[in-house]
Design a protein around this ligand. Structure first.
Ligand code: DGY
Length: 310
């Protein structure tokens, strides 16, 4: 890229301040934000007329106001497809970790009590079996479908709720049950996996009312975006044992994690990960390649392959 463009890089790998973003948007023809850079309507409004492309280094595009960009004639692109399998792996890792108490066991042997371990006993670290249980996937896009494939291989029966039904061949291959009613599915499954994007329509989709439908023996996992779940309501459910446990890779106010969630993790009611669902070297390289292809295609005068429409 540096052969084609004068590039200014954020070498510290940290979220840029609003002032830094505003300054960049006054000068650059292309902005490459990550998902921690909030490119809201105000920033877009103030952007210089030279800014033509926002090529986000992310799959989720909830950090960019795509409507405001379109109004100003700025094209937006993202990096889909290349982090699907890695995110699905991490989802499955949480599906396994929470009921099987994997994090608790690992922390125990890495912690101060390790030397006091008495050895195996019939009741030591008892979790819950996942084989033979029902997983309910909320959002059956690319990542949801990749989670379903893994879940099926682990002996779970796949249930899903989506805006529409997936194609019949994939549904048959996954032996998946479609639920038009999210409420009914939540009441029926043993593990809920949230895999839909964050949009105004999915904000707090898993609301306090819906959390109350989930059975007390069931678990919930989220590798999508924190705001799809009403986090405060989830915390209450976990504190009051109205849901068995949660595996969360994403939070409503990242990077701040509610201390009550951390307390729940210490009690073994939650496994918390610092938004690392797609964090593999391979996916980051592939995301970078996608950004470059989008930029090159755009400046060659064509429609970039990963254009995001409002
Ligand atoms: C994305 O790019 O949207 C992912 O959440 C990164 O992990």
């Amino acid at each position: 890229m540096s052969e084609l463009f004068d590039t200014t890089c954020n070498h510290d790998d940290r979220p840029l301040s609003r002032a830094e973003l505003a300054a960049a948007m006054q000068q650059a023809d292309v902005l490459v934000p990550t998902l921690t850079d909030q490119i809201d309507a105000g920033l877009i409004e103030e952007a210089g007329p030279q800014l033509k492309l926002i090529a986000s280094f992310s799959n989720g595009i909830d950090n960019v106001d795509v409507d405001a960009a379109a109004k100003k004639g700025i094209t937006v692109t993202n990096t889909p497809n290349v982090l699907t399998e890695d995110t699905a792996d991490m989802t499955m890792a949480l599906v396994l970790s929470v009921p099987r108490r994997l994090a608790e066991g690992a922390h125990f042997l890495a912690g101060p009590d390790a030397e006091g371990w008495q050895g195996w006993s019939p009741t030591w670290m008892l979790g819950r079996r996942i084989w033979g249980k029902r997983i309910g996937i909320v959002g059956m896009g690319r990542i949801g479908t990749a989670v379903a494939r893994r879940a099926k291989a682990f002996g779970l029966s796949v249930h899903y709720h989506n805006r529409g039904r997936i194609n019949p061949e994939t549904e048959a291959e996954l032996e998946a049950t479609y639920w038009d009613s999210l409420d009914q599915m939540l009441a029926r499954v043993d593990i809920v996996s949230v895999n839909c994007p964050s949009t105004p329509a999915t904000y707090h989709l898993i609301s306090a009312r819906r959390l109350a439908l989930i059975r007390p023996e069931a678990y919930i996992v989220n590798t999508s975006r924190g705001d799809v779940i009403d986090e405060e309501a989830l915390i209450r459910c976990l504190e009051e044992d109205r849901i068995a446990g949660a595996g969360l890779d994403v939070f409503e106010n990242e990077p701040d994690v509610n201390p009550r969630l951390i307390a729940l993790a210490r009690k073994g009611k939650a496994v918390l990960l610092p938004h690392m669902g797609s964090a593999t070297l391979e996916s980051r390289i592939d995301m970078g390649d996608k950004v470059i292809i989008n930029i090159r295609t755009f400046f060659d005068g064509h429609r970039p392959p990963n254009r995001v429409l409002p």
